[in-house]
Design a protein around this ligand. Structure first.
Ligand SMILES: O=C(O)[C@@H](COP(=O)(O)O)OP(=O)(O)O
Length: 258
C-alpha cells in the first residue's frame, strides 16, 4: 500500500542540453525553453494540488534555478530548499564539454549509448589539463561539501553516482519523507536515474532503458520501506513526454534529426 509520495524532477533544459554537449559538473543556467519547462511544471503541480514541505537540489545552478521557478509558479517560494553535491549530475570525467553527435560520428552510436546509459562504465577521469577542470574544482561551492575537494569525483559510472547519493538519501531525504513531508527532488537525468534504480529495484541491465526528459515531474508512490508500490508516473501530456524522451535518446545519434 502506498504510504508516501515523492516527486523527482530533472531540471529544465540547460544551455548545453540545447548544444548537445555533456554538461555534467559544469555549471550552466537554464535556457529560455528550460525556464518555460520549469514554469509549466510548476503550473501543473499547482493545478494538481501539490504542496511541498521541502525541496532538495544539487549544487548546480540548473537544478536550483528549476526549483526556484517551480516554487514561484506554485506560489510556494517560502518552502525550504536544501542543496547537496550528492545530488549533482553524474561526473562525466573527460567527456565533459564533448558534443554527443560528434562523439557518435567518431566512435559509433552504440559506444555513446554505452557511455551514457550503462550502469558500471566509468569514463576516463577529468585531467587537470581539461578546459573545465579549474572552473569546476576552483569553484567555492565545492569547498562547502562533506568531503574535501580532492576527494570529490573526477569521473563516475551510474553505480558510483548511486554510491555517493545513497548515504544522503538515507540520512537527509528519507527521514523527512518518513516524517510525512511532501518532498520534491530537483536534480539531474542521471542522479534521478540512480535514485530510481534504488527505489524501484531496477536491474543493472534495465536501468540502461530509463531516460528522463527535462522539466517533467515524476511521481513515485512509496511504501513504508520507501520502495515504490506502483510504476512511476511522468506527469503531463503522455505523447509530449514520449517525444521528449526520444529527443534525449536521439542526442546520442551521429546526426541529430531535429
Ligand atoms: O550531463 C549532462 O549533459 C546531462 C545528462 O546527459 P546524458 O546522460 O543524457 O547524456 O545531465 P543533466 O542535463 O540532467 O544535468
Amino acid at each position: 500500500m502506498s504510504k508516501f509520495s515523492l516527486l523527482l524532477l530533472r531540471h529544465g533544459e540547460g544551455a548545453w542540453n540545447k548544444e548537445n554537449r555533456f554538461c555534467s559538473w559544469v555549471d550552466q543556467k537554464l535556457s529560455g525553453d528550460g525556464v518555460k519547462e520549469a514554469q509549466d511544471c510548476g503550473r501543473l503541480l499547482k493545478e494538481q494540488g501539490y504542496q511541498f514541505d521541502m525541496v532538495f537540489t544539487s549544487l548546480l545552478s540548473r537544478s536550483i534555478q528549476t526549483a526556484w521557478v517551480v516554487l514561484e509558479a506554485m506560489g510556494q517560494e517560502w518552502v525550504p530548499l536544501v542543496k547537496s553535491w550528492r545530488l549533482n549530475e553524474r561526473h562525466y570525467g573527460a567527456l565533459i564539454g564533448v558534443n554527443r553527435a560528434e562523439m557518435a560520428q567518431k566512435h559509433g552510436e552504440e559506444k555513446v549509448k554505452l557511455w551514457r546509459r550503462s550502469y558500471d562504465l566509468t569514463p576516463p577521469p577529468i585531467e587537470e589539463s581539461h578546459p573545465y577542470f579549474l572552473e569546476i574544482y576552483n569553484d567555492r561551492r565545492y569547498s562547502t561539501c562533506d568531503v574535501p575537494i580532492d576527494k570529490l569525483p573526477r569521473s563516475e559510472s551510474l553505480k558510483e553516482v548511486l554510491d555517493r547519493l545513497l548515504p544522503y538519501w538515507n540520512s537527509a531525504i528519507a527521514p523527512e519523507i518518513r516524517k510525512g513531508k511532501t518532498v520534491l527532488i530537483s536534480a539531474h537525468g542521471n542522479s534521478c536515474r540512480a535514485l530510481l534504480k534504488h527505489l524501484e529495484g531496477i536491474s543493472d541491465e534495465d536501468i540502461a532503458k530509463v531516460t528522463l526528459p527535462t522539466g517533467v515531474p515524476v511521481l513515485l508512490e512509496l511504501d513504508e520501506d520507501l520502495r515504490t508500490v506502483r510504476p512511476r508516473l511522468l506527469l503531463g501530456d503522455q505523447a509530449e513526454i514520449q517525444a521528449a524522451i526520444k529527443k534525449v535518446e536521439d542526442q546520442g545519434k551521429a546526426k541529430l534529426s531535429n
